[in-house]
Write a protein that binds this ligand. Structure first.
Ligand SMILES: *Cc1c(COP(=O)(O)O)cnc(C)c1O
Length: 390
């Protein structure tokens, strides 16, 4: 049974994915404009943390997302760390986040001495399940003076980090209500979700603070890079201060008024970011086209399902996810696909299964475990869309 299933899936992929091999999971795309702006930046000499491209890139992100303030950072993890600091997360606080996410969501929490508290995901959005979260909070927390405490550990739960997994915006209206009801700061990990909307609002609309990533495998890239988004001008000002070593503006003096970080995105990376951002609308067309092609092709197989765009969402389809009927189907498929250079991948190992996060507080994680066991991510580079021009 798994042998025929593997063969059927591979036949579809062989047909859909043009040579050459290997086909990566998600490759960046560069053209003349990327070269022109990067070269212009090099020739200007302003390659480091000050320069016009950083300002332009930040303004471009704010304009595109409709979230007024953007602060560019060296990567998405640094943006998340800054979000957590500004949300007031402190050592020994707990932070709610999904078990089914990239490890970069939890690492900055742990690096601050705070404690990730894992919650479950929903089948439709792949993100935090609001109903399961509300039940969990109802039975396992209590509120005193507007602060939510974990009954078992006695620790304050300071924030909720939601993740827009594979570029599908989580059920943010419901999650915003929960954050408000329980006095939690709401952070959106939108690392995978530039170009993704729910109810015509861009990812990041609901959170107090939002993080983006421009790593090489994201929908657009700056090589490495990230950004923090917020509607709050004061938080944006503090984000910029924290990410520029907390230096007081002055023509020559090195005065710093708190422990800060060297987290600013270099101008060289921002130049590439400006060129990439211009191509985002076209990239989204390609990604949506590829998702349609996969959906049509896999409709022919009745025991597997391509994960569908959640209702109310217009997703960037960062990665396409195929759900297999049974967890025993996954390894044979991955093995056979890799053998012929189709580099599909499983979901991330749920974080509560990683050695450093095994003892952390958690809710029931049955959906996260199921999605991990049965999900495989298909090659999703924009250039794979039929009729794509690079
Ligand atoms: C990529 C990613 C990050 C981290 O971004 P970097 O730029 O690689 O630091 C964080 N969270 C999620 C969900 C991601 O996909």
């Amino acid at each position: 049974m798994p042998i025929t299933l593997t063969a059927d899936i591979l036949a579809i992929l062989r047909d859909l994915l043009p040579p050459p091999r290997p086909v990566g999971l998600h490759e960046p795309l560069f053209g003349e404009r990327d070269k022109a702006l990067t070269l212009d930046c090099l020739e200007s000499g302003w390659v480091s943390s000050v320069g016009q491209y950083v300002d332009r890139f930040e303004q471009g992100l704010a304009d595109y997302t409709g979230i007024p303030h953007a602060v560019a950072t060296v990567n998405g993890t640094a943006a998340l760390h800054t979000c957590l600091l500004l949300a007031g997360v402190q050592r020994d606080d707990e932070v709610l986040l999904p078990a089914l996410t990239f490890v970069g969501t939890a690492n900055p929490v742990a690096a601050m001495g705070a404690i990730p508290h894992f919650v479950d995901s929903a089948y439709d959005t792949l993100g935090v399940d609001p109903e399961a979260l509300r039940q969990h909070l109802k039975y396992h927390t209590e509120q005193r003076d507007g602060v939510c405490y974990n009954r078992r550990s006695g620790r304050p739960i300071r924030a909720l980090v939601v993740v827009h997994v594979m570029g599908h915006v989580a059920d943010m209206p419901a999650l915003r209500r929960i954050a408000d009801d329980y006095g939690l700061k709401l952070i959106e990990d939108a690392a995978e979700a530039l170009g993704s909307f729910r109810d015509d609002r861009h990812a990041g609309h609901w959170g107090d603070l939002t993080a983006l990533s421009f790593n090489g495998n994201k929908i657009i890239t700056t090589g490495g890079g990230g950004a923090l988004l917020t509607r709050d001008a004061d938080l944006a000002r503090r984000a910029k201060h924290l990410t520029t070593t907390a230096k007081q503006p002055h023509p020559w003096a090195f005065d710093h008024d708190m422990v800060g970080y060297n987290y600013r995105l270099p101008n060289l990376n921002a130049a590439l970011g400006c060129a990439q951002l211009e191509q985002l609308p076209q990239r989204l067309e390609q990604k949506r086209g590829l998702a349609r092609q996969y959906a049509q092709a896999f409709a022919a197989l009745n025991n597997v399902a391509l994960h569908a765009e959640p209702e109310g969402c217009r997703s960037n389809h960062w990665l396409n996810l195929l759900l297999l009927p049974d967890e025993t189907d996954r390894e044979p498929l991955l093995t056979a696909a890799h053998a012929e250079g189709i580099l599909m991948r499983p979901f991330w190992t749920p974080l509560h299964r990683l050695p450093m996060y095994q003892g952390m507080p958690r809710a029931n994680l049955v959906v996260a475990d199921q999605l991990f066991a049965r999900g495989v991510c298909l090659p999703s580079s924009a250039a794979l869309a039929q009729g794509a021009v690079s």
